[in-house]
Design a protein around this ligand. Structure first.
Ligand code: TXA
Ligand code: MG
Length: 319
């Protein structure tokens, strides 16, 4: 089993000797390694069983550090960085030659962000190199939002989880790339699209159903529980399709009154979407452990963070 510890100096020592450490961020836990260590980066792909064509996000300590990673910064990228960093925004920009191809899967762009978790910001400040960190889950599983989720996933495959408590945002960063200087959303995430648009104007979302070479690894099944999951805007009616089965329900704010449901979780009784987002993955983890036949999840209002939550629910339900 990995050590679960708050000791930043221990994490510095391990990462500086090319080992992996799971790190807390405001979005989800990441599985981190030195971007310049081939050994560490290969071990990230191996541990996650992630295909090499799916590139990694580089985590840096400050906006000022961006110039050492990327070769060009469009004006709107700078505006977004200044508005949201440290925070759950990932920018995809042309990479410097010094960034290893393993990180970017051979692409000439690199994904980069400044996370806002105080523990990991302090860690990044103490290290002499940035950290590559995909979400700390095996390929195609739900992202971890607590140190315990990471421990359950990897057991003795990693040495340490740096414990920063439960992740406040609870879903991954919003990823934005640029075409001719204009922003495009590659992945919906912890920042509501309306907040992005307040800074840089109307921003299209790359259609995830198309084969999308700009955003590899964002297609189809992802973030999925092992239990079959379906979405519905009317759970009471949906239940009728699953007579005699053990049903789990995941709803936004109201409890469903039905004896047909074996287990249910309400994401935010006060109807707050950011609270719902922060509870989403842990709730899916919990329902997934109950040996249910089916999880029925309620579709969210399709605006603000609801759009990002619906994106993750659709991926969870994809089969
Ligand atoms: O919130 C987050 O972003 C978390 C925390 C740990 O920072 N990280 C995370 O990483 O979600 P990961 O590896 O699970 O997802 C990163 C996504 C992948 O789908 C990958 O395809 C995309 O970023 N990506 C990375 N580099 C890219 C690039 N150069 N161009 C387009 N997409 C890229
Ligand atoms: Mg991931």
């Amino acid at each position: 089993m990995p050590i679960i510890s708050k000791d930043i100096s221990k994490a510095v020592a391990l990462l500086s000797s090319e080992e992996l450490v799971a790190i807390p961020t405001e979005t989800v836990y990441g599985l981190a390694g030195n971007i310049y260590s081939e050994k560490a980066i290969k071990s990230i792909f191996e541990t996650k069983q992630r295909p090499f064509f799916n590139p990694l996000i580089v985590h840096i300590p400050s906006v000022g550090y961006l110039d050492t990673i990327v070769s060009q910064i469009p004006e709107k990228a700078r505006q977004l960085a200044n508005a949201f960093w440290p925070g759950p925004l990932t920018l995809v920009l042309p990479k410097k030659d010094t960034i290893p191809d393993l990180i970017t899967a051979g692409k000439d762009s690199v994904a980069v962000r400044v996370p806002s978790h105080p523990v990991t910001l302090e860690l990044l400040k103490q290290l002499k190199f940035p950290l590559a960190a995909p979400s700390a889950n095996p390929f195609n599983r739900i992202s971890p939002t607590t140190a315990q989720h990471v421990e359950e996933y990897f057991e003795d495959k990693i040495k340490m989880v740096l414990d920063g408590g439960p992740c406040k945002k609870g879903i991954e960063s919003t990823i934005i790339g640029f075409e001719k200087g204009n922003p495009i959303i590659y992945r919906l995430g912890s920042i509501a699209i309306e907040d992005i648009e307040a800074v840089v104007g109307k921003t299209p979302i790359k259609n995830k159903k198309e084969q999308n070479p700009d955003a590899p690894g964002m297609l189809g099944k992802h973030y999925a529980p092992s239990t079959k999951t379906v979405l519905s805007s009317n759970i009471l009616k949906e239940i009728e399709n699953y007579g005699g089965m053990r049903i789990g329900a995941l709803t936004f704010q109201s409890k469903i009154n039905s004896e047909a449901i074996s287990s249910q979780i309400v994401l935010s009784e006060i109807g707050d979407m950011s609270q719902a987002a922060s509870n989403l993955y842990d709730s899916l983890h919990q329902l997934d452990k109950l040996d249910l036949d089916i999880i029925i999840a309620e579709i969210f209002p399709n605006h603000g963070l609801g759009k990002s939550i619906n994106d993750r629910l659709q991926r969870a339900a994809h089969s």
